[in-house]
Design a protein around this ligand. Structure first.
Ligand code: HEM
Length: 494
């Protein structure tokens, strides 16, 4: 079922004001009272619904990156990168993929000014034909820490003092001075790029090291870079920042919205630095350490495509507040690496979003894939996906899905194995799943034990019981095989 098909499109569609249940409302201007003044009656259902709904308008804001703005557009592959990745959306020059992008500040609240000295988030959701790929980067190429276990600590140092709720830089410097690996990012933050002029004139970096996997299963480490075609612009002095932010504390959101509305579409080029994992020991830095950049003279930038934002969001709440990105969302041809920050991030985002938006957050229209998706997850709060399409062979079909890609690495062991030699070495049947024969042998022994040698008809007896459950024609095949194995006789189940 198309999840958006039966969605009420807008509260302004109908000619009359109604309750959420669709019934016309007698008066949307005055509460129902006993006399001309009051008291107000509890039976004014519409009043209660209206005020109660208002009281619940806010959802928890993101614990970081709460302040942000988004826009929609497309990504176009401009260069052949098939030697690096089998990702379908990078199948060749000209391939276009719809995207939504969210820019953000990191530390302060949902309504905070956009002129503060703070890294900026640059998150892109690619709605590819093989699922959504999220690339969540920042405007600096490096991060303060290299191990996700320190992430809450660095964020707490930057967040307002828990006593006063005022950001105090001594707390920041206290943290940074104890973590020398943070110096690199510190230099970006306190340089001129520390306060970007707006979101359109910002670079973006994947920061963490990802892996491309090509059709042959060859893995390459990659770093992603976004370069704005209109150049980089920053607010150079704190005085200017105070002026811009003082006049309009949403200046970057407005700049993005106005320029797209005026037809001046922001554009970025996507480039990658590529490293063969077999050569990583040649470098004097760890390529999986996100506090380090990769020297561009040794590992040059290679163009991949372009990103164009040509549509504003239709509704800020739906397409910004309910928008959920996560580094865990990859597609065949793109995988994680053993970068310890990235490993932690793969878990953290889906975890926070299950809390922030609920377990079915990926069903929200802005987060849902645009391709067919199919699994065995059921129900949960706010589920609005129909699960009535299940039919014969449902489970078998779910098992078969990855084969649609033939020998191309897809998520799971094959793609993980391409990335890590040790996983590749160990690849094969995972322990505990040794193959169907043992699964048949055990019940066979059991049937003989229970039935005893004198019982000559165990198969027919089981077949009879199975039949009572009204199974469909193809279902008993496995049961039939198991019983046959147990007794040497093939039962009849029709
Ligand atoms: C282990 C380290 C990290 C953890 C645990 C972490 C955690 C989080 C969390 C919980 C959110 C809020 C997500 C939401 O509520 O939807 C978030 C947002 C974000 N993070 Fe991280 N983060 C980490 C490191 C990084 C790094 C290194 C970058 C930059 C490459 C980054 C970029 C972003 C961006 C861009 C967003 C905003 C996404 C949006 O616009 O909705 N994070 N992070």
């Amino acid at each position: 079922m198309d999840p958006t098909k039966f969605r009420p499109s807008s509260s302004h569609d109908g000619g009359v004001t109604t309750t959420n249940a669709g019934a016309p409302v007698w008066n949307d201007n005055e509460a129902l009272t006993v006399g001309p003044r009051g008291p107000i009656l509890l039976e004014d259902y519409h009043l209660i619904e209206k005020v109660a709904h208002f009281a619940r308008e806010r959802i928890p804001e993101r614990v970081v990156h709460a302040r942000g703005a988004s826009a929609k557009g497309f990504f176009e592959c401009t260069h052949d990168v098939s030697d690096l990745t089998c990702a379908d959306f990078l199948r060749g020059p000209g391939a276009r993929t719809p995207v939504i992008v969210r820019f953000s500040t990191v530390i302060h609240e949902r309504g905070s000014p956009e002129t503060i000295r703070d890294p900026r988030g640059f998150a892109v959701k690619f709605y590819t034909r093989e699922g959504n790929w999220d690339l969540l980067g920042n405007n600096f190429p490096v991060f303060f820490i290299r191990d996700g276990i320190k992430f809450p600590d660095v964020i707490h140092a930057f967040k307002p003092n828990p006593r006063s709720h005022v950001q105090e830089y001594w707390r920041v410097f206290d943290f940074l001075s104890h973590h020398p690996e943070s110096l690199h990012t510190f230099f970006f933050l306190f340089d001129d790029v520390g306060v970007p002029a707006d979101y359109r004139h910002m670079e973006g970096f994947g920061v963490n090291t990802y892996t491309f996997v090509n059709k042959a299963g060859k893995a390459s480490y990659v770093k992603f870079h976004w370069k704005p075609t209109c150049g980089v612009r920053c607010i150079r002095t704190d005085e200017e920042a105070a002026l811009v932010g003082g006049r309009n504390h949403s200046h970057a959101t407005q700049d993005l919205y106005d320029s797209i509305a005026a037809g001046s579409f922001p554009e970025w080029q996507l480039l990658v630095q590529v490293m063969d994992p077999d050569t990583e020991d040649q470098y004097d830095f760890d390529p999986l350490d996100d506090t380090k950049t990769w020297p561009e003279d040794l590992l040059p930038l290679r163009p991949v495509g372009r990103l164009v934002l040509d549509r504003n969001v239709d509704n800020f709440f739906n397409e910004n507040e309910q928008l959920a990105f996560g580094p865990g969302l990859v597609v065949p041809g793109i995988y994680y690496s053993d970068d310890k920050m990235l490993q932690c991030r793969v878990f953290a985002y889906a975890d926070t979003q299950r809390y922030r938006l609920g377990p079915n957050y990926l069903m929200l229209p802005v987060n849902a894939p645009r391709c067919a998706h199919h699994n065995n997850h059921y129900d949960g709060a706010m589920n609005f996906m129909h699960r009535d399409e299940e039919g014969e062979g449902h489970h078998q079909e779910a098992q078969r899905l990855p084969a649609a890609r033939g020998e191309v690495p897809v998520l799971g062991r094959r793609q993980a194995g391409a990335v890590r030699p040790e996983v590749r070495r160990l690849a094969g049947a995972p322990k505990g799943q040794p193959g169907a024969e043992i699964d048949l042998d055990r019940p066979a022994l059991e049937v003989r034990r229970v039935a005893g040698e004198e019982d000559r008809h165990p198969p027919q007896r089981q077949a009879k019981h199975v039949k009572i459950y009204g199974v469909r024609p193809s279902s008993p095949l496995l049961i039939q095989r198991a019983i046959t194995r147990a007794s040497g006789r093939t039962p009849e189940i029709d």
